[in-house]
Design a protein around this ligand. Structure first.
Ligand code: MG
Ligand code: MG
Length: 249
């Protein structure tokens, strides 16, 4: 399948989809304090999205039961929000998607519950993963290749001493949450599909503080690190331009 380039009108809709998602993220970040549960955070996100006229992008996606994926400490991806109360020093990653006029946005952030000073080691980990993401976004320039994005991410992650959960990747997005191409979090400069202005993609380093081997819990969704060490995810979606990714959310 050819990789689609979006029209100016489609990009406008996706920017708005991203704005709704950003509003949901802002509300969630404010509410992520010790004692709250991810189930409550899920409700906050869904309220913001629906009030803005959007639809939760994850709810019902392959049967996923919630608006957000919420991951605590060793949880890697696809965490189902539940009643556990978040504690000071927990590393929480929240992934969320929005549909606005049939077009998707998809983004994730991480926080240290109670503030970065409650767990400097986790704060450093999260900062490194975010910096790897931004480095990947910077490499998402027209004329570059998918491998340039992966290489940029990998360089920052390895320098930090962390490891890449290679089975999880970024992706194109638009009328589907996952479109071609896959955006790997590792790669060789100049390799892979060429990036063109107008391609809409999500870049999402999913990183382990220890070994990158993962396993799926009995709920059939939640992925955790096999060695129990922390995992962290950051994600932006946007459009490839001559100067890097224009970030929608
Ligand atoms: Mg996501
Ligand atoms: Mg994604």
């Amino acid at each position: 399948m050819a990789i689609l380039v979006k029209t100016a009108a489609e990009l406008e809709i996706m920017r708005h989809s991203g704005k709704i998602l950003q509003a949901a993220q802002t509300a969630m970040k404010k509410a992520l304090v010790p004692g709250i549960s991810l189930k409550e955070i899920n409700t906050i996100a869904e309220d913001v999205i629906r009030t803005a006229g959007g639809k939760p992008g994850f709810l019902g996606f392959h049967g996923f039961p919630a608006t957000i994926c919420g991951m605590i400490n060793s949880e890697v991806v696809h965490g189902i929000p539940d009643d556990r109360k978040l504690k000071k020093g927990d590393l929480v990653s929240v992934d969320c998607g929005v549909i606005w006029k049939n077009l998707f946005s998809d983004a994730a952030f991480s926080v240290i519950i109670g503030g970065e000073e409650t767990h400097p080691e986790r704060a450093k980990f999260s900062k490194t993963v975010r910096s790897a993401l931004l480095s990947g976004c910077d490499a998402a320039r027209a004329g570059n290749h998918i491998g340039d994005i992966g290489h940029a991410i990998e360089t920052v992650v390895r320098r930090g001493g962390y490891s890449i959960c290679k089975e999880y990747t970024g992706h194109g997005l638009g009328y589907e949450m996952h479109e071609e191409p896959y955006i790997f979090n590792y790669g060789r400069p100049g390799h892979g599909a060429k990036l063109r202005a107008g391609m809409t993609i999500a870049i999402e380093p999913i990183i382990a503080a220890g070994r990158p081997t993962c396993k799926i819990l009995k709920d059939g969704w939640t992925v955790v690190t096999a060695d129990g060490h922390d995992s962290c995810q950051w994600e932006h979606c946007g459009v490839v331009t001559e100067t890097g990714l224009e970030i929608f959310a």
